[in-house]
Design a binder for this molecule. Structure first.
Ligand code: AMP
Length: 298
């Protein structure tokens, strides 16, 4: 089996999370963190990002121990990216309490020789300009999978549309798909997004699963039902990590199987605060849950 390599960019963060079960301050998070820990269960992942002088040694070691290659992560003077969020009762939405870019403000991705021709690039949720900078630094045309967030739809729409035009598989959640396209109907929003460049669009529907739009085909994938939500932070990035891990192992032709793997991986992340749930997952346990999800679709 050919294993493809993935180059990923996104936030590496210290998160503060408020949920019905409690509050956690300055825990390791970030879109790239959830993504790369998940992908590393399946295939090699090289992370591009930046952390500040306050980034804990344990966090660095955790990523290394999990097999994430950190050669292209810069450690610079200043504050690590920080994000705070509060979940509403019943997880019906969340408020962002703060987003402090810190060292991401002056960040330019630098990719060392030997990492510039990946098979797959994952552009995790971060300023779209940085996502474009990463693509510009490559010497090949890999499969591009990208994700984004409401903040960038509001602040950096033009750059985000440029990213979309260069993307093969675009991930977005339902609310953001509506914001970006101005279309409330999901199937129609997916069609609009497909018209802007990507070969496939995957709309994440939270507890309602995900919708895959590929050409004229629309497929709904349900969630794994046996996982209780404690903190859904990072679920979207974990979903992407499972999806990309599956593509790295098996190629992009069976997108449904890749989405089912992402769904199964995300079910671990929601079960604990921060990374707690995800860290209990193995490739085998994710695949067991994936087969349960696949069975519910039969
Ligand atoms: P998710 O729950 O999948 O939306 O991912 C939440 C993670 O994304 C948290 O760990 C945050 O640190 C990170 N995050 C939140 N807002 C942003 C942002 N504007 N840019 C980059 N990463 C962010």
């Amino acid at each position: 089996m050919k294993t493809r390599s993935t180059l990923a960019v996104g936030s590496i963060a210290l998160d503060t999370v408020e949920a019905p079960a409690g509050r956690r301050e300055n825990i390791l998070g970030g879109s790239a963190t959830y993504f790369s820990i998940t992908t590393a269960l399946f295939s090699p992942v090289n992370l591009v990002g930046v952390v500040g002088s306050d980034f804990p040694d344990e966090a660095w070691l955790l990523l290394k121990d999990r097999g994430v290659n950190l050669e292209n992560v810069q450690a610079v003077e200043g504050a690590t990216f920080r994000w705070g969020g509060r979940y509403h009762a019943g997880f019906m939405g969340r408020d962002t309490l703060f987003t402090e870019l810190g060292v991401f403000e002056g960040f330019k991705p630098a990719i060392s020789e030997g990492y510039r021709s990946p098979d797959i690039v994952y552009l995790g949720n971060i300023q779209p300009r940085l996502q474009l900078d990463l693509l510009a630094a490559l010497s090949n045309h890999p499969l591009v999978i990208s994700d984004t967030m409401n903040l960038w739809i509001n602040n950096s729409r033009d750059s985000l549309l440029e990213v979309l035009a260069k993307t093969d598989i675009f991930l977005i959640n339902d609310e953001e798909a509506g914001m970006l396209t101005g279309i409330a109907d999901l199937a129609a929003a997916a069609t609009d997004l497909l018209g802007r460049g990507p070969e496939a669009v995957i709309i994440k529907l939270g507890s309602n699963g995900a919708l895959i739009a590929e050409g004229g085909k629309r497929t709904h994938v349900p969630i794994y039902l046996d996982a209780e939500v404690v903190d859904p932070t990072g679920a979207g990035d974990t979903f992407a990590g499972g999806l990309v891990g599956h593509i790295a192992l098996h190629g992009k032709d069976d997108l449904l199987a890749a989405v089912v793997t992402g769904t199964a991986a995300a079910s671990y992340t929601i079960q604990g605060f921060g990374l707690e749930g995800l860290l209990s997952a193995t490739r085998e346990s994710v695949m067991v849950r994936a087969s349960v999800v696949a069975q519910t679709m039969e």
